[in-house]
Design a protein around this ligand. Structure first.
Ligand SMILES: Cc1ncc(COP(=O)(O)O)c(C=O)c1O
Length: 383
């Protein structure tokens, strides 16, 4: 049975051209980028070239981009680095209730270290409003962290408006753009954002490599100690093969971004239409913003069928989907994002996230809808 993989928001397969681009740096050009001999210089060259290409993709200068081990580290580094650097000015941080745990758990730790964190609410679509952010800000606010696109429901946040406000008030602004890098064109030199997190494995790059954009003159204190790599902002020998792979992944998107976006949007619509046709519109509910959203994420509740049961049945039938929820001691907790959106227990407890990618096609969408129809008929008849 071929698996229908509909979990691209969790991770994507590594593109063959990305694998190809990484190969030379495992054995042949394996030097340490800090070494002064020719092997080291070769690695350094690859490192600089990758940084230039990724910086150009996001519209920043190369010196504003540092490599990390992924989105989680970038979020942590951004929050702890900006919080420590801002401490003499104040100790208040503003974020939202729908951030990834890499931000929320970092904020919990910062609270234990004496910072005060305000969690701004979201509306029923998972969107935060500028007014709520403005109301949360105080004279001692030093940092605002708001994600670009939500990983569970795909809702986009008004980062430009929030960024303009933050800049006016002299508050450092961090954005988690892990889910959006592939989809939303960025010109960071023109965006009022000070820190932005990225990860390679969401766009067909390798896992364990990411980047943090740190705008020039941002108040930031490095959080690791060691060598002087990454302009002393993130010590440790650079993972050159993964970095070369990250740059290749970005380059592939640079060439095909619009076709790709259209493709995943088409697949998303196809699955919705097939479900409407087979189950009827009243049999499921779409979660997230209807238009201000990422194209590859579709979050649907099937009332009467718990997330766990649906996921298990889909898995047995060869469909890999996800819930946004964390699995604790074998059972799923209701997602903090759906809870923050104020969805009923029943709706939040029956939500499934499908996320689409390059390997999917319309036949798979038809097959998935067919499987859901069978599963739903079986389970609902039992109730
Ligand atoms: C919005 C968001 N932020 C951060 C992360 C963490 O990224 P990584 O898996 O590279 O640590 C993810 C991963 O799912 C994410 O979706």
């Amino acid at each position: 049975m071929d698996t229908i993989y509909l979990d691209h928001a969790a991770t994507t397969p590594v593109h063959p051209e990305v694998v190809e681009a990484m190969l030379p740096y495992w054995t042949g050009s394996f030097g340490n980028a800090s070494s002064t001999h020719s092997a080291g210089r070769g690695a350094k060259l690859a490192l600089n070239d990758a940084r230039d290409r990724i910086a150009s993709f996001i519209g920043s200068s190369s010196s504003e981009l540092i490599f990390t081990s992924g989105g989680t580290e970038s979020d942590n580094l951004a929050l702890f680095g900006a919080a420590e650097a801002g401490r003499s000015r104040g100790s208040h941080i503003v974020t939202t209730r729908v951030e990834h745990h890499a931000v929320l758990h970092a904020c919990e730790r910062l609270s234990r270290l004496g910072f005060e964190v305000t969690y701004v609410p979201v509306d029923e679509y998972g969107q935060v409003s500028l007014v709520d952010v403005q109301e949360a800000v105080r004279p001692d606010t030093i940092l605002i962290s708001v994600m670009h696109g939500n990983n569970e429901v795909g809702t986009l946040q008004p980062i430009e408006e929030i960024g303009c406000f933050a800049r006016d008030r002299g508050i450092v602004f961090h954005v988690d753009a892990v889910q959006t890098l592939a989809y939303e064109p960025l010109r960071l030199s023109e965006l009022p954002v000070d820190l932005m997190s990225f990860s390679a494995h969401k766009l067909y790059g390798p896992k364990g490599i990411g980047a943090l954009y740190i705008a020039r003159n941002t108040r930031f204190i490095p959080q690791g100690y060691g060598g002087s790599q990454e302009r002393k902002r993130r010590p440790g020998t650079e993972n050159v093969p993964a970095i070369a792979g990250f740059a290749k992944a970005v380059e592939l998107f640079d060439r095909n971004r619009y076709e790709y976006r259209e493709k995943v949007e088409r697949l998303r619509s196809k699955l919705v239409h097939e479900l409407e046709r087979r189950l009827g519109k009243e049999a499921f509910l779409l979660n997230g913003h209807p238009c201000e959203r990422l194209p590859h994420i579709l979050n649907i509740s099937f009332p009467g069928i718990s997330t766990e049961t649906m996921l298990m049945n889909l898995d047995l039938a060869g469909v890999a989907a996800a819930s946004g929820s964390a699995c604790t001691s074998g059972s799923l907790e209701v997602s903090h994002v759906l809870r923050a959106m104020g969805l009923s227990e029943e709706r939040a407890g029956s939500a499934i996230r499908f996320s689409f990618g390059a390997g999917n096609d319309e036949d798979q969408m038809i097959r998935t809808a067919e499987i859901i129809e069978t599963v739903a008929a079986r389970l609902r008849n039992k109730i």
